[in-house]
Design a protein around this ligand. Structure first.
Ligand code: FMN
Length: 385
């Protein structure tokens, strides 16, 4: 049997195979209030063939929001919305983790409470633009601003945002949470040296820079039990203008330190994604990083980025990972594991419909059965909200 279809354990979960749905922001929460809807529930339930679904990044607070129309997990309505999603996914027989998100500086006053400045470890403005809503209710890009550095006395409040997010995810019927420590957002901004110029116990040495990430993980483990908590990191990534002067030291330390918790899994955005996607061998630095993390981290390891069926199978066989998450391929193929099993062709994802909009490019990607004439199933009552 192919490795991809072998069962595997991830914390308290017994997964039937190794093909995970990666977290994918789709910016389709109901407005106002950033509330998940029946349409969102339908989208996730369609993808219940995944061994595990990791939700789109979900802000733990208003301060934690960085893009228009992304869902939150800090209001009663949002909990109810996510409850509908988790119920629908469970009815379809699958498990789901909610990805807990605070964007830090990757935001804009237009998205912040009282139009305040976004917060960050230090006053370092990211290059690039935020995705906000304009007066006509349309998406628009606006240059990032210089964020306000967090004061030391605010740090316990930051951790409590994760505590509340973790608790609310329980109320919403999720099966666990994934702490979003990747992609240049708040926890990553603290961990990586180029965005962290602090002189207090949250800056300087790697033990200090990683402190907020570890505290966020710890509080989630207190709420859930550590075997229902995953963590995502993205070593060597430059997405959102992030970087580190000694990535092997930083991410080696983080991978090692996370062994203190018996987490469900560590989820690593593949530093070799670009090469893998092109069918090339990984760059030496990227491969060194993957091997370093594999050595340091003693639990279940998930990799994501650039994989197709064959590269995923070969990386599993080489022992580089235990699980492979797929982003764009799952977005466009609700029955991705079945397509892999049969060696069937894949639908191509359409970047024009990634963020915002309705059912088009969201719930209308066909399964193999639908391509052969089966009518799409109604998943939920779409008048729910
Ligand atoms: C439309 C889109 C939205 C994404 N949203 C998130 C997100 O919310 N959280 C996250 O950690 N990564 C996010 N990512 C990154 C994916 O999880 C994944 O790492 C990336 O797509 C590479 O995997 P792939 O080559 O299989 O697509 C997003 C990627 C895409 C294309």
């Amino acid at each position: 049997m192919e490795k991809l279809f072998e069962p595997v354990r991830a914390g308290r979960l017994d997964l039937p195979h190794r093909i995970v749905m990666a977290p994918l922001t789709r910016s389709r929460a109901h407005q106002p209030g950033n509330v998940p809807t029946a349409l969102n529930a339908c989208y996730y339930a369609q993808r219940a063939s995944a061994a595990l679904i990791v939700s789109e990044a979900t802000q733990v607070s208003m301060q934690g929001q960085g893009y228009a129309w992304t869902p939150g997990i800090h209001s009663r309505e949002q909990i109810e919305g996510w409850r509908l999603v988790s119920d629908t996914v469970h009815e379809a027989g699958r498990r789901m983790f909610l990805q807990l998100w605070h964007v830090g500086r990757i935001s804009h006053p237009a998205l912040q409470p009282d139009q305040m400045l976004p917060v960050a470890p230090s006053a370092v403005r990211p290059a690039g633009e935020a995705f906000i809503e304009n007066e006509r209710g349309e998406g628009q890009l606006a240059p990032f601003v210089t964020p306000r550095p967090l004061q030391l006395m605010e740090m316990p409040y930051l951790v409590r945002q994760y505590t509340r997010g973790a608790r609310n995810a329980q109320l919403a019927g999720m099966d666990g949470v994934e702490v979003h420590g990747a992609n240049g957002y708040l926890l990553d901004q603290f961990a990586e040296s180029r965005t962290n110029r602090r002189g207090d116990e949250y800056g300087g040495a790697v033990e200090n820079r990683a402190r907020l990430l570890i505290e966020a993980v710890e509080t989630c483990c207190d709420v859930w039990g550590s075997d229902a908590v995953g963590v995502r990191i993205s070593p060597l990534s430059t997405f959102n203008d992030i970087g580190d002067d000694d990535p092997e030291e930083t991410f080696g330390y983080i991978a090692e330190k996370l062994n203190d918790f018996k987490l469900a899994y560590l989820h690593v955005v593949n530093p070799a994604a670009a090469a893998v996607e092109k069918g090339l061998p990984p760059e030496p630095a990227a491969l060194r990083m993957v091997e370093l993390i594999r050595r340091k981290w003693r639990g279940t390891l998930m990799l994501c980025g650039g994989f197709d069926r064959d590269s995923a199978e070969s990386w599993l066989e080489l022992g580089r990972a235990d699980l492979i998450a797929f982003g764009r391929k799952f977005l466009a193929n609700p029955d991705l594991p079945e397509r892999f099993r049969r060696g069937a062709p894949l639908n191509q994802s359409d970047p024009a419909t990634f963020y915002g909009g309705g059912a088009k490019g969201y719930t209308d990607y066909p399964t193999l059965e639908q391509e052969h004439g089966e009518r799409p199933k109604a998943c939920v009552d779409e008048t729910w909200r």
